[in-house]
Write a protein that binds this ligand. Structure first.
Ligand SMILES: C[S@@+](CC[C@H](N)C(=O)[O-])C[C@H]1O[C@@H](n2cnc3c(N)ncnc32)[C@H](O)[C@@H]1O
Length: 219
């Protein structure tokens, strides 16, 4: 791992993700999580204060040890137990059907293989458990998509692997989740970076690994 990824990127990520414009979205969706919860790409732990009293235990997964170190200090104030998992979402170290809800915020854009990650999320969710997501991604506007496609090769190099142009709804649905609710629209800020997909989706029965082929949607 290079100097930029190890020393600069974690601090930049924490600073950028602390933006007050993201807080209402975090509060609105993260507060819905219940029971044993897995947060994917917990980063510097900015969602930790948003979890409500119905959370019994939080598994906080992220492959960046540097970001997890910042998250650990924030977890000290949590009213529930937090177990940190320094692993990628493509290989979640939890048993089948072991969590009630999975939460992901501004993370599917960065995961190298989002389909493998979503299938892992389905595997660890109990049947009819929920995926709660707040993600940015591919805009419905052609002019904006052109910019998203143009900017992504450079953007992902400076922004820790973030893709601006992932079709989040397609990825979630084609990974076998059943959407319960999805809200889309631009936040304040430059349009290529701010088209949001927020909502929840259910992991239907049967469990994921049984004969389901990989979706083909763009990644
Ligand atoms: C833009 S940050 C968002 C952090 C946090 N979710 C938030 O809302 O503040 C993207 C996060 O994705 C994490 N990430 C990158 N690759 C990942 C992977 N393969 N599995 C899980 N998380 C990953 C990064 O380490 C980083 O914490």
């Amino acid at each position: 791992m290079g100097f930029y990824s190890k020393y600069v990127l974690p601090t930049l990520t924490d600073l950028a993700m602390r933006s007050h414009t993201l807080r209402p979205e975090r509060a609105r969706w993260v507060s819905l999580a219940k029971g044993a919860v897995l947060e994917i790409g917990v980063g510097s732990g900015l969602n930790l204060p948003m979890y409500g009293r119905d959370v019994r235990k939080l598994y906080a997964l992220d492959p960046s040890e540097e970001l997890l170190q910042i998250a650990r200090s924030r977890a000290a104030r949590a009213a529930f137990s937090v177990e940190f998992l320094c692993r990628p979402a493509e290989a979640i170290p939890l048993a089948h059907g072991s969590v009630d809800d999975v939460v992901t915020t501004w993370t599917l854009c960065t995961i190298p293989d989002p389909v493998a990650a979503l299938q892992e999320m389905r595997r660890v969710l109990r049947p009819e458990g929920r995926l709660i997501f707040v993600e940015h991604g591919r805009s419905p506007d052609l002019a904006v998509v052109r910019w998203q496609d143009r900017l992504t090769p450079l953007w992902r190099r400076v922004a820790g692997g973030c893709h601006l142009n992932r079709p989040m709804r397609v990825l979630i649905e084609e990974s076998g989740f059943r959407l319960e609710r999805i809200d889309t629209g631009y936040m304040k800020g430059p349009k290529p970076m701010t088209f949001l997909y927020e909502g929840s989706a259910q992991a239907p029965r049967p469990a994921p690994s049984q004969g389901r082929s990989r979706p083909t949607a763009g990644r």
